[in-house]
Write a protein that binds this ligand. Structure first.
Ligand code: SAH
Length: 256
């Protein structure tokens, strides 16, 4: 399936999420006819399943404005007025993970705000960027430059759209790629809200410890201890641990 295919007729196609050799097509409304035609046109394709649900339900906690420190995140269809001292960050999550409301993302944002209040973030590498929410927040917080990476082409497209919404093309770049391939990129701050299987390999890679500051999240209770042991081996110090309901853990770390 081409990555940015647009469906003719009935529901508008919001995107094609590619993962592990599967395509997840998102439409604004049930589009059985469009899918049937697609299957006829591409005989190699097979329909495995289809679901219908409201947008807010797909995004779990819904999509709504929130503020973390000086960053006020707002979907572009709502009023963007920021509280005093904060700056508006427009974010259209589309169907991708990263509204900013998930506890791991919120704790990453808090950790970014805290690091940025102490010293400049420098160049930032955001591995597993989703909608680009952390990358864009880092730019608002004064990052010199941000490279936002995701394996999922739809996430890269969503992030590119959000970069444009905020006119941050000069500061933030989104690229499709696999996180471990980016460890050679120079960065003062590395942010990764990514699942354990990827995180454990990142932490064990030689390029990992060459950064100054790290914000690592997406870790469940049973995983965080193993990641901390890997950080120890790499000579990286954990300076703050944030947790949500003893389930999700976020680590702020510095090079030892
Ligand atoms: N940073 C966002 C999104 C986190 S979700 C936030 O904090 O809200 C994790 C993201 O990691 C997903 O978008 C997923 O596509 C991406 N991902 C998973 N494995 C990856 C890999 N090996 N390399 C790069 N990105 C990956």
């Amino acid at each position: 399936m081409p990555g940015n295919w647009e469906a003719p007729g009935s529901g508008t196609c919001l995107g094609n999420w590619l993962e592990d050799g599967h395509s997840f097509l998102f439409f604004t409304e049930p589009s059985d006819r469009v899918v049937e035609n697609l299957l006829l046109e591409y005989p190699g394709l097979e329909l495995l399943d289809s679901y219908s649900m409201p947008y807010e339900q797909w995004q779990g906690d819904g999509v709504r404005p929130f503020t973390v420190g000086p960053v006020h995140v707002v979907p572009p269809w709502l009023d963007g007025e920021a509280p005093e001292g904060a700056r508006t960050l427009w974010l259209d999550p589309g169907v991708v993970f990263g509204t900013g409301l998930h506890p791991t993302t919120r704790d990453c944002l808090r950790a970014l705000v805290e690091f940025a209040s102490r010293e400049p973030l420098g160049r930032v590498l955001d591995l597993g960027t989703g909608t680009g929410v952390l990358a864009l927040a880092a730019a608002v917080l004064g990052a010199e430059h941000v490279l936002a990476v995701d394996l999922n082409p739809l996430a890269v497209r969503t992030t590119t759209n959000n970069i444009a919404l905020n006119r941050m093309e000069h500061l933030v770049r989104a690229e499709r790629g696999s996180a471990p391939d980016y460890l050679r990129e120079p960065a003062g701050t590395l942010v990764a809200n990514i699942h354990y299987d990827v995180m454990k390999d990142l932490v064990a890679s030689p390029g990992f410890s060459r950064k100054k500051r790290f914000i690592l999240s997406g870790l469940l209770r049973g995983e965080v201890g193993r990641i901390r042991a890997g950080l120890d081996r790499a000579g990286i110090l954990v300076v703050a641990v944030r947790e949500w309901e003893n389930t999700w853990f976020t680590l702020s770390c510095v090079a030892g």
